[in-house]
Design a protein around this ligand. Structure first.
Ligand code: BG6
Length: 476
């Protein structure tokens, strides 16, 4: 399988899902630290008062904060060429608006990135992965307040400056569309109203929501501009949750509904990041909603100057769409109607490797910038038996998605930089807060109540992926 020789074979993590140590080393609480555990049927809850007896899985995560040396050594043994991970914003600026960054937090990531380099692993760093300092929610109403743009940019500049030479691959906002358009008004925008409602699907004032999103776009663009200024070697990308939808039937109404949802959910944020301007359909839809944005005179120029260098995305599943509601599939907010041709995961996510090839083609044809798949994997119940996790189902999942990437590169001419599967090691599920929903190459002994030794055991998929990397995809 001829993948490009410099293809970034890797795996991914996110700070709030793996680090733990939520109040150690000077770290302040983030929005993620206020979320309880949930399950497939029981949504996570937002809790304001952290003294309650609830269990908050991010507080301990899988203890990456204390075990990163062991973990990165294991990643090195697997042969990962790239590790995608995020910096917890509130480890660097505990309140988000502190006068000075927290040296202990900065030093922690010095050690993490240095160790990656020593293991020949390229760090790919997400600046914001659903981890806004909670103080910015209570004191500013998150990104609804224009001042938070500069607070984010100061944080980004601090990271670009401190890790100059160690990190050259960056992402600004994880799944910006997921975290802002519908489900994530707390995790993506930090809106107070979202904290008070059901954090996941709570609705609120649309003008506030899209004004906050506008500020996130500006924060990303300004970070890109700063990152290029601080180190011309920096490559900075966006990160979009890909929600691939097929029309349920050839009925034109279904086709139109699918196109409209794709434009809104997938292309709106991507277009602003890659093309540096709001697409016409978004302007029209906002106007139809009665949303008038408060725009500063320089905003247009900022968005244009802050275009990203590459486009990264997560891809897990696809669904069908019809103009009329029908039986739905799951998969966070990417849910649509069931596709009779696809199998589902134990959490109801439809598995569609060909959809990844379709997505890669559509994105490359639309944007003509290098692409990077930064999340793709199978959430499954794994069992450790006699010291072994035989996760053949995960190998099957990864194999067919790798084949889809191969075909997109070789047969369709797509420029794909790399693949960081989700995840390098088991961690807390973002959607459900469970440990039971495991994605990792490495098993972590931890259960849904926070019990377990936290011991690490590489799974069968780790050995398999190690061969895939060593053969540059040929053995997949
Ligand atoms: C993406 C997020 O939405 O999907 C990750 O960027 C998340 O943080 C991943 O973990 C898988 O979703 P879940 O809900 O199964 O953890």
């Amino acid at each position: 399988m001829p993948f490009p020789t410099d293809f970034l074979w890797g795996a991914a993590l996110a700070a709030n899902q793996c680090e733990g140590a939520w109040n150690e080393g000077g770290k302040g609480p983030s929005v993620a630290d206020h979320l309880t555990a949930g399950s497939r049927t029981q949504p996570r809850r937002f809790v304001e008062d952290l003294d309650l007896d609830d269990y908050f899985p991010s507080h301990t995560g899988v203890d990456f904060y204390h075990r990163f040396e062991e973990d990165i050594a294991l990643f090195g043994q697997i042969g990962l060429k790239c590790l995608r991970l995020s910096i917890a914003w509130s480890r660097i600026f505990p309140n988000g608006d502190d006068a000075q960054p927290n040296e202990e937090g900065l030093a922690f990531y010095d050690r993490v990135f240095t160790l990656c380099r020593e293991n020949n692993i390229t760090p790919l760093v997400t600046l914001s992965h659903f981890e806004m300092p909670y103080h910015l929610v209570t004191a500013y109403n998150g990104f609804a307040d224009r001042r938070v743009i500069d607070l984010f940019v100061r944080y980004a500049e601090t990271c670009f400056t401190r890790y100059r030479g160690l990190v050259t691959h960056w992402l600004t906002f994880n799944e910006i569309n997921f975290g802002t358009l519908s489900a994530g008004r707390l995790i993506g925008l930090g809106l107070r109203s979202a904290a008070q409602a059901d954090y996941f699907f709570g609705t609120g004032d649309e003008t506030e929501q899209y004004q906050a999103l506008h500020h996130v776009f500006l924060a990303s663009a300004k970070a890109v501009i700063a990152g290029h200024r601080i180190d011309s070697a920096n490559q900075i990308g966006c990160m979009i949750a890909n929600g691939l939808s097929y029309p349920l039937t050839p009925q034109p109404e279904d086709v139109l509904a699918t196109q409209q949802r794709t434009d809104w959910f997938n292309h709106f944020c991507g277009d602003v990041h890659v093309r540096g301007a709001y697409p016409s359909f978004a302007k029209a839809k906002l106007a139809k909603m009665g949303v008038t944005l408060d725009l500063a005179s320089e905003d247009e120029a900022t968005l244009l100057a802050g275009k990203v260098d590459f486009y990264s995305f997560s891809y897990y599943s696809s669904s069908c769409l019809a103009a009329e509601a029908g039986e739905t599939s799951e998969a966070n907010l990417l849910a649509g109607q069931k596709n009779p041709y696809l199998e589902t995961s134990a959490w109801g996510w439809q598995i569609d490797p060909i959809g990844l090839r379709v997505t890669l083609n559509r994105l490359y044809q639309r944007y003509q910038v290098p692409l990077l798949v930064v999340e793709n994997g199978l959430g499954a119940v794994d069992e450790l038996k006699n010291g072994v996790v035989d996760d053949l189902y995960r190998i099957d999942y990864l194999r067919v998605h790798i084949k889809a990437m191969h075909d997109a590169i070789v047969e369709d001419g797509v420029d794909l930089m790399g693949y960081t599967m989700w995840t390098a090691l088991d961690l807390i599920s973002a959607g459900t807060g469970e440990m039971a929903k495991r994605y990792g190459l490495i098993y972590v002994d931890r259960d849904d109540s926070g019990h377990g030794s936290l011991a690490r055991t590489p799974k069968a998929s780790a050995a398999w992926y190690s061969d895939v990397i060593a053969t540059n995809g040929a053995s997949a």
